[in-house]
Design a protein. Structure first.
Length: 456
């Protein structure tokens, strides 16, 4: 079978194309079944996020064009509309691409960890729908292991590269345990929502969301078991906050030096960590001069982010070395499948020969031959039958001067020279044919007549 990855992502397609090619949770199973109905498709996984839609397929032959037409048709689009944005990878390149995606190396934010969970969910959905088999099952399990190793052995995900993540990471440096801390988030936009999400994931004890529109504050607060207040209520609650993260669109500061000083007195000068992400600033610059206040602006965070991006880019190089190694490991397993049917057929052939000779040996016993005579017949005849064809082919290869075939036979059979006989004139009982390339067996008459006797 042939591996194929076909898709679009944030690098190749604008958002209006990406959103038309998404597979929502309500249609993903139906889409998998439809994809499996394509003549070429044996197995399939569909990965669909806000930044990418990708089909991972095990195909009977290379049918990239057919899969592209299916993708367009399923969404009611013409192939000409999406083809400029499509990319396709086959074989080794498809394996490498999946490992890069799962490790965060192909993400909009380099090294972001959420994509691995999305890849796992996509595989689980396909597996539950009966859309995966031996090939994609092995590939995705291999991918999860490699992505984990990349996370463990490199710093690809350890350095924050978003403003919200950087703010929360700095808070964790100041307060090693967030479970006993209270955070006040001022604003209800995307950055504040991300900060709330990161704080929640890291076990923040309590959150207060303050916004000009109280309804919007309630909507955000309800997602994280937080408490919603209006901006006018901030002075009454500011003393409760160990961490303050602010990002509003206000043209004027929403927190002045006087309000913070009053809060510090109520807190008995317990430290406050404050991050002002807004431009223009939400927190008066003079607040940074107060004792017991750690104030960071968006410019401070940008310096941290740029340094962390450089660190992730270095880690990405290390990650690619790990990925390249495991691509070869998987491709080795995949190539071994080519020999699977041959090995199966060869074993079946040998087992048929074994059963045939065993049956004849049993007939010898039933006709009155001794167990020793039956065993000699079994061993001698079975050996001759199994060696006859390889021996004949090796002899012919020598006659024809096929040195490569002789070398291959030596590698395959691991042939070792016998030690010299202590008594060259002595022959093992029952070994009546010295030439393994001779007849398939000696005593080829009716089995009931028994094995041919050696002269003494």
């Amino acid at each position: 079978m042939q591996l194929l990855t076909l898709g679009i992502n944030h690098k190749t397609a604008p958002v209006d194309i990406r959103e038309r090619l998404t597979f929502g949770p309500d249609i993903i199973v139906a889409a998998l079944r439809s994809l499996l109905e394509q003549q070429a498709v044996e197995e399939a996984v569909i990965l669909s996020t806000c930044n990418r839609t990708e089909l991972y397929c095990a195909l009977r032959g290379s049918r990239q064009e057919e899969i592209g037409h299916w993708l367009a048709g399923f969404h009611g689009m013409e192939i000409e509309t999406i083809s400029p944005y499509l990319y396709g990878h086959e074989g080794k390149d498809a394996v490498r691409h999946l490992l890069q995606v799962a490790s965060g190396l192909d993400s909009l934010v380099l090294g972001e960890p959420q994509i691995l969970g999305q890849v796992k969910a996509a595989y689980q959905t396909a597996n539950d729908a009966g859309a995966t088999g031996k090939l994609l099952g092995r590939l995705f399990q291999h991918t999860f292991s490699v992505a984990k190793q990349v996370r463990t052995d490199t710093a690809i995900g350890s350095s924050p590269v978003s403003v919200a993540f950087a703010a929360v990471s700095l808070a964790r440096q100041i307060f090693s345990d967030l479970s006993s801390q209270t955070a006040m988030l001022i604003g209800a936009g995307e950055t504040v929502e991300l900060a709330a999400r990161h704080l929640h994931q890291h076990g923040i004890g309590r959150m207060i969301v303050a916004n000009r529109t109280i309804e919007r504050a309630h909507t955000l607060a309800s997602q994280f078991d937080a408490y919603a207040i209006a901006l006018t209520e901030i002075p009454a609650h500011l003393a409760e906050a160990d961490i303050v993260i602010s990002s509003t669109a206000s043209p004027l500061p929403v927190l002045g030096k006087g309000s913070v000083e009053s809060a510090l007195k109520k807190r008995r000068h317990q430290p406050m960590f404050m991050v002002d992400i807004a431009v223009p600033r939400d927190i008066e610059a003079e607040v940074g001069n107060l004792d017991d206040v750690y104030l960071y602006t968006v410019d401070d965070l940008e310096e941290v982010i740029q340094e962390n991006l450089r660190s992730r880019q270095e880690a990405a190089g290390q990650a690619m070395e790990i990925i390249d190694l495991h691509v070869e490991e998987f491709m080795g397993w995949l190539r071994s499948l080519d020999a699977f049917d041959m090995i199966k057929d060869y074993r079946s052939q040998a087992e048929r020969t074994r059963d045939e000779v065993l049956q004849r040996a049993r007939r010898l016993l039933n006709s009155g031959k001794t167990p020793d005579e039956a065993l000699q017949f079994l061993a001698h005849t079975l050996t001759n039958k199994l060696l006859h064809t390889p021996s004949t082919r090796i002899r012919q290869a020598g006659f024809d001067g096929q040195a490569e075939l002789l070398d291959a036979a030596n590698t395959l059979f691991q042939i070792k020279k016998d030690p010299p006989e202590t008594d060259p004139g002595k022959q093992h009982p029952g070994a009546s044919s010295p030439d393994p390339a001779g007849p398939e067996e000696t005593g080829t008459g009716d089995a009931a007549n028994g094995p041919r006797s050696s002269s003494r």
